[in-house]
Ligand binder design. Structure first.
Ligand SMILES: [Mn+2]
Length: 121
């Protein structure tokens, strides 16, 4: 299984960086309101640049004056199973400490995606 991480990032604007280990990199989305707690909630997830896999364990302080300055803490981590991988749709099951179950990322336009939790089957 591949790994995922959610890093809570206290930058100028608080957001949660949702990252999936995929194809040798961390595919990354910035989620301003954080991952949805339950089904029926859609959260804007802006795709950002891929990060190196080594970043998966990063916690700490990004220095003042650097891009993304502020504290980064690991909010959740674990493994995931990929179910569907299409250009505009990813579905996967998360096995994290906080996030458990089936989620989807749906591409809407430009860098914008929606992160949602799917109903239990
Ligand atoms: Mn960030």
């Amino acid at each position: 299984m591949n790994r995922f991480v959610v890093q809570k990032h206290h930058a100028t604007r608080l957001h949660y960086d949702f990252r999936l280990e995929m194809d040798g990199v961390l595919k990354s989305w910035a989620v301003p309101k954080g991952p949805p707690a339950g089904p029926g909630i859609r959260r804007l997830a802006m795709q950002v640049e891929d990060h190196p896999v080594s970043y998966i364990d990063f916690e700490g302080e990004i220095a003042e004056g650097s891009y993304g300055a502020g504290k980064v803490e690991i909010w959740d981590r674990g493994e995931y199973e990929l179910q569907q991988q299409e250009p505009d749709l990813l579905t996967f099951t998360l096995h994290g400490d906080r996030l458990q179950g089936e989620y989807a990322l749906v591409h809407t336009d430009a860098a914008n995606w929606l992160l949602l939790k799917r109903k239990e089957r």
